[in-house]
Structures are given as C-alpha cells and as structure tokens.
Design a protein around this ligand. Sequence first.
Ligand SMILES: Nc1ncnc2c1ncn2[C@@H]1O[C@H](COP(=O)(O)OP(=O)(O)OP(=O)(O)O)[C@@H](O)[C@H]1O
Length: 266
Amino acid sequence: MTDMGDRPTLSEAVRTYGLVKRFGGQVAVAGADLVVPKGSFAGLVGPNGAGKTTTLGMITGLLRPDAGVATVGGADVWRDPVLVKSRVGVLPEGLRLFERLSGRELLMYNGRLRGIPTGEVARRAEELLKVMDLAGSADKLVVDYSTGMRKKIGLAAALLHNPEVLFLDEPFEGVDPVSADTLIEVLRRYTASGSTIVFSSHVMELVERLCDWVSVMSRGQIVAQGPTAQVRGGLTLNEAFLRLVGARSGHGASEEGLSWLGSSPA
Ligand SMILES: Nc1ncnc2c1ncn2[C@@H]1O[C@H](COP(=O)(O)OP(=O)(O)OP(=O)(O)O)[C@@H](O)[C@H]1O
C-alpha cells in the first residue's frame, strides 16, 4: 500500500491512490490516481492498452492491486469488499453472462443474489425489460441475444439493485444507434438522480456529448482529469486527447513502413 496522502471526501464517488497492477514483467497500471465526483457522468478514455479495463477491475473488486488503494464512496474496495460490492453495479468488458438463462431469469437470479425480495425483483425486472425494449425477448435465452441485446440485459442486471456507482466498460460497442439512444436515456435518468457513472470508451464524440467529467489515461497513469470543458481547453475532446496521448513514437504509419500498401504492382 502506498501512502494515502489526502483522504477521500464525501463528494467523491471514486478515488484511487497510486494503483499499480503488473502482469508478469509488464506494468499495466503504473500508479493511477483517479478521481470521480459524485453525480458525475464520467468518461475514462485512453489508447488501447492504456490500463482502463485493469483499473476498472481493481476498483470493482475483480482484480487485486499490487499497490495503491481504491475507494468507492470513501470505502476501501479491498478492505470492505462486501460493502463496496453492494454499492456498485458493473457492466464488464466481454459481458460474461449466464447464457442458459432467459433475460427475465437472468434478472431474477441477479436480484436474488443481491438479496432483493422476490416480489421487488420481479417488479424491477419487468420495468427494466420494458424500458430496455426487451419485454418481447424476455423469455429467450441470453445465448440467443444479439450483441446490443446483451449489452442492454447486462445493463439492466447492473442497475437492478440501484447501485450508487455504475461502472461500464465500452457499453456502446456493437450497439446500434436506436439501442444506444435507449441506453443513453436510461443512463441520463440514473445520473440525474445523483448516482454516478464511470464508463470507458474510445468514442470521443460520445464522451464529449455525454460526460461532464473526463479522466484521460495513458501508459497506466491518469495524465489529465477534470470537468470535460476544462480538459478540452477550447479544443474538441478528440484534439485534446491526441495532444495528451497522441505523440507516441513509432506509431506513424505515414512516416515509415507500409510503403507496399496500396501501391500498384511494379
Ligand atoms: N490478464 C492479463 N495478462 C497479461 N497482460 C494483461 C492482462 N490484462 C491486461 N494486460 C495488459 O495490460 C495492459 C493494459 O490492458 P487494459 O486491458 O487494462 O487496457 P485498456 O486501456 O482497457 O485497453 P483497450 O482500450 O484496448 O481495451 C495491456 O498491455 C494488456 O496487454
């Protein structure tokens, strides 16, 4: 554990102090200090391999940090795991769901795992299925759902216990524009009531449109974070992002290499 320095404040939904994670010799997260104020719709952005998924895993209790501290609502994720897990909802990358249950059964099962009384789970499940436009597919097995339907049922499962903080890893990947609109509407309603969302994405336009807070990750560290307008600094978020993380050596296809690509045969 590193020195905590200052303590999390009541207005912070998430705060990490010097989080580190190594996989063998590779450092995936190299001392990340993430801050997300309560009630934010926060975006976590960064290039491929920056350490976003690994960081979210350490905050949601899925991956044990090698060093550092992660807190949710002021509680230490790894010292107080049961409390923290009751406060968070997670839509993980790769969406590992119980494939052989129907959508409705999946929600009922998740609700019961969370200790919600059966009648209440059933009521919430029906409402969520309706809002997510899944009522007609509620009895279909999850294994037969499309990518977008899987995201929607995964989000419904993550919201069922009304968590204080919702973590979403690439929630819109593979989701069509109509379904994305539905997801966005549900998420906006959720943050409007004071709950917090942290979501990772590569789609800068979406982050700029949805998020009032943004944290930029590069090479395992948070290199900029704050209100979106402040991080953008008068540029588009994409331009600001490229300035922050784009200057990487050896990544310019135009400068060298690929000279054979697209050229007509000699
Ligand atoms: N289980 C693992 N074993 C070994 N290396 C891993 C493992 N998980 C992640 N890594 C490595 O850690 C680094 C950070 O990966 P991570 O998935 O956290 O990045 P990311 O920012 O989420 O990337 P992307 O945007 O591509 O999803 C990468 O170099 C990755 O190869």
